[in-house]
Design a protein around this ligand. Structure first.
Ligand SMILES: [Zn+2]
Length: 411
């Protein structure tokens, strides 16, 4: 009872870590069938698991759809500020001290959000069993050749980003800038960078992959009827066309039948960009039905622009093949639920889904960190001093002296 009163946050966290273990989410979900795949796995490096609370939190921040990110950050900032300002203190606080306390929590949260985008860190990778038969691919990724690509985000950096996460190949699809594959493959990488482009035409982004060439983009603007002619134009070049998210969902949902008649070769069903992550599961199933009945490809896209360290999706593809059954899409469950439920509840549901998707080793790491922090905070404090690492070190030192000295004394 005393422990609960003195450390309510730690105790609540322990209860949550145990409660979410009852209904865990699988680390990866087959986005086509909705089931847990048996022949691929998510491998987490030791360093990732050692600092699991940080690793998982940064991943969970990365996999927020835009509306959920806005709600979650607003609610967390208000809650942390209120908690900081209203928290009881042994000594009366001046308004200035109170304001400082109110700013600490939101400050840490903003730092975490920035870290999720920029901080280099260990990341999980997809591993396949020998029987899986296919190449681990990304169909949609950008470099600094795109207007919204991260400055300095070169082909070499993109390839390294893919390599760390278990990819073997990626199409390079900059906005209206063709990558023809003729540039030398970056040194020190085994990633196969494949030719592609992402065309912007009349409210739609079309990923074109394969031997693509320049197109008179203006001639596909103005109406949907003109726009869908780009699919046939890409086919004449020998390339494949994939309708990108979020655009077909946002602006052309009623035109998807026309897309198929126009010759589109496939649809993205998962895209990790914040605006695309909100694609609802119900609509994903409708696209899967449409694609399945016309034998069209469905793919996952990191849509990486150099911001953020982790992908939410991988493909395992049969090279050179096309059609519904030639590509499998594996996504992190946290990314797949972004379009479902209430966005305003994201401040609660995002941590809930994150904790549910922890592996046992990650859960053990979280619990260890909670215990370490509890022990540290329970250290006896000297008059006028907060608990500090100095005190921790001193008291550990005291304890070890007490145990070693008698042994050294000859009797
Ligand atoms: Zn893109």
């Amino acid at each position: 009872m005393n422990l609960l009163r003195r450390h309510p946050v730690a105790i609540a966290l322990v209860v949550l870590l145990l409660a979410t273990a009852i209904h865990p989410l699988s680390p990866l979900i087959d986005a086509v069938t909705g089931s847990t795949p048996g022949d691929v796995d998510l491998e987490r490096p030791v360093t990732y698991v050692l600092v699991a609370p940080l690793s998982n939190t940064l991943d969970a921040l990365t996999f927020l759809s835009q509306p959920r990110a806005e709600w979650a950050l607003a609610v967390w900032i208000l809650a942390l500020a209120a908690w900081g300002a209203l928290r009881r203190s042994e000594t009366p606080l001046t308004w200035r001290r109170r304001t400082t306390r109110a700013l600490v929590g939101p400050g840490v949260l903003v730092l975490l959000a920035v870290a999720a985008v920029l901080l280099p860190r260990p990341v999980p990778r997809l591993t396949t069993e020998g029987t899986v038969g296919g190449t681990v691919m990304d169909y949609h990724a950008h470099t600094n050749a795109s207007h919204d690509g991260r400055p300095g985000w070169t082909l070499a950096k993109l390839a390294a980003w893919h390599e760390r996460q278990g990819f073997e190949a990626s199409y390079v699809t900059d906005h209206n800038v063709i990558y023809d594959g003729s540039l030398p493959v970056p040194e020190g990488t085994s990633i196969n960078l494949l030719p592609g482009v992402e065309w912007s035409v009349y409210g739609q982004h079309v990923v074109a992959i394969g031997p693509v060439e320049p197109l008179p983009r203006d001639s596909f603007q103005g109406t949907t009827a003109r726009m869908i002619r780009i699919f046939a134009a890409i086919e004449r070049q020998g390339g494949l066309s994939i309708a990108s998210l979020p655009e077909y969902w946002r602006y052309h949902w009623d035109d998807l039948g026309a897309f198929v008649v126009g010759g589109v070769d496939g649809f993205e069903i998962v895209n990790c960009a914040p605006k695309a992550l909100g694609f609802p599961s119900k609509l994903r199933r409708q696209v899967l039905t449409l694609a399945g009945s016309h034998d069209l490809m469905v793919v996952g896209a990191s849509d990486n622009h150099g911001w953020g360290k982790v992908t939410c999706v991988w493909n395992v593809s049969l090279p050179g093949a096309q059609g519904f059954h030639t590509n499998r899409v594996f996504a992190r469950p946290l990314a797949l639920v972004q379009g479902d439920g209430w966005s305003w509840a994201a401040a609660v549901s995002q941590p809930w889904y994150m904790l549910r998707s922890l592996s046992w080793s990650e859960r053990a790491s979280w619990l260890t960190w909670v215990v370490i922090i509890l022990l540290y905070r329970a250290m006896p404090r000297r008059e006028g001093q907060g608990a500090g690492l100095g005190i921790l070190a001193r008291s550990l030192g005291r304890r070890s002296r007490r145990t070693t000295v008698p042994n050294e004394t000859p009797t």
